[in-house]
Design a protein around this ligand. Sequence first.
Ligand code: FAD
Length: 598
Amino acid sequence: VRIAALVKQIPAFEEMTLGADRRLVRAGIDLELNAYCRRAVSKAVEVAADAGGTVVVLTLGPPAAEEVLREAVAWGRDRGVDIRGVLVTDPAFAGSDTLATARAMAAALEHEGPFDLVLTGRNSVDADTGQVPPEVAELLDLPFAGGVRHMEVDGDHVHLRCERDDGWVDCTVQLPALLSCAERLCEPSKVDPDGRAAVPAARIRRLAAADLGPGPWGQAGSPTWVGDTRVHEVARARERRPDLPLSDQVRAAVETLSGRGALTDTRRAGEPPVPATVAGAAPLVAVACEPDRDRHARELLGAAATLASELGGSAAAVVAAPPADVDRLASYGADHVVEVEGAQVEEDVARAVTDWIATLPEPPWAVLTGSTMWGREVASRIAARLDAGLTGDAVSLDVGEDGRLVAWKPAFGGQLFAAITATSAVQLATVRAGMLPTRPPRTATATRERVRVTPRGRVVVTGASRDDDLDILADADVVIGVGRGVHPDEYPALEALRQLLGAELAATRKVTDEGWMPRARQVGITGRSIAPRLFVSIGASGKFNHTVGVRGAETVLAINPDPSAPIWEHADVGIVGDWHEVLPLLVDELRTARAEGG
Ligand SMILES: Cc1cc2nc3c(=O)[nH]c(=O)nc-3n(C[C@H](O)[C@H](O)[C@H](O)COP(=O)(O)OP(=O)(O)OC[C@H]3O[C@@H](n4cnc5c(N)ncnc54)[C@H](O)[C@@H]3O)c2cc1C
């Protein structure tokens, strides 16, 4: 087997701080191999060792990115595998967005290939778009499966179990294929500096832009543009009184919470209803609707209708799993409903959308979808097919002064927000669940159209299940975040607090790793980001990789007996104590506060 692993070097951004100019200071920050990419390298080496194959590890980056290749090569050599590295580096690649990066990586794979299997990380934890892998797959006309948790190569096929946002997909994929690796697929590849330094220079070669063809590369080949950036500063009050008896600590905490308004439901009230739009009018804002995500379709169509009404245009819903409930979609904002017949997996949906776009008198102004794994593949494939700019995981959408789409995207775990615009005719964005308002439905009708696509049949889904619902945490006003300090047998003891606060449960990675809660509940850098009114952390140490996911919370209350736990840096109010003792006191105190109208 000839295996390629695509990897990315990223800043160790938990070390990042704000400079005097209110920008993130990047100078002097350590660079490291992206956590997910470590799995791609490790799995590539494992498969090659088992099957007697070869591995080529490729990265695009500055000369310093050679270090991550050296680490990957050292890992493979230690395991007796024929492995080498390819650094794609040239000043011409500067300013590459995901599509330009994907083009360079696709060209490098063609230059170094052919390959039977291309492995990547699921996403990079700094930019978190997850777009490059499916874009490369589209450019090389390869099948793609994302979030691989189990893999078994079987002749010219590979059997996979893939982690989805809130569930699982089992599938068989025809080789050659491109697969993105989940965090828990295997042990991460890690080698110390001495091991890296021992890699012979000949094991790593460089490719320049000229080796890969005429381009355009870098900024010139990038259909997206990064505009304004905003730093999301979070200043936590860090109030706690470990010197006081527990009952006094709890009373003081509840008083503070009450004073901050953290105990009063302030959920978005009175969103304006979905605006009227003019059926058939251009420009058109289209939404690719993922099967079985009604709430997401509603958010996206409400946004599409809002953008369309500002532009004097109309909105369309493209439904991947017909039959569509046309009246319902019309009430959410659609003027036109396109039913795709024949699509089995994401690559079929993407092709149906681009085929449909080709039939329109003018291309849509924008195509929106959710930033789920489904949406990321569909949108990435459309972007690669249309050479269009795609913003991943946007949290808000506006019409800019120039009449273009402005999609705000978080980066570095939500420490920074950037306004991204596309220079292409069609502007694409995937949007995070729960970030757009669900507007009261309107009374409207929509026209219906059917399009047919012939499925490629390269990815055959043999089973799919959901173990949770992505919308639960997106919707929750109060969240109790549980760490390893609470054993699952004791979760029933959290119920009184949960009921009283109307809270949903979230978890740290250690909890989801143990299988104590579904992965969709994991909050943090490799989980999700949430922005509830109140976050109650119980039995979690509060490591950066976890707390970065609750930067958007209005108020954080933490309960932990360890006076030096990192959680105190990230909490507004702290109760230093064992949760078994704290919880009954807290429930009583909250009941009293509520009875008194607090
Ligand atoms: C690349 C990478 C990505 C990561 N991504 C994530 C991520 O997305 N999300 C995430 O959560 N983590 C992530 N992590 C892991 C993270 O760094 C921490 O290891 C993890 O969050 C710790 O989980 P924990 O707080 O449950 O467990 P621990 O760190 O083991 O902490 C348990 C805490 O429980 C407290 N405790 C014990 N008994 C009690 C009691 N009776 N009452 C109250 N408190 C008690 C202890 O004092 C301790 O502070 C990532 C790590 C890496 C390297």
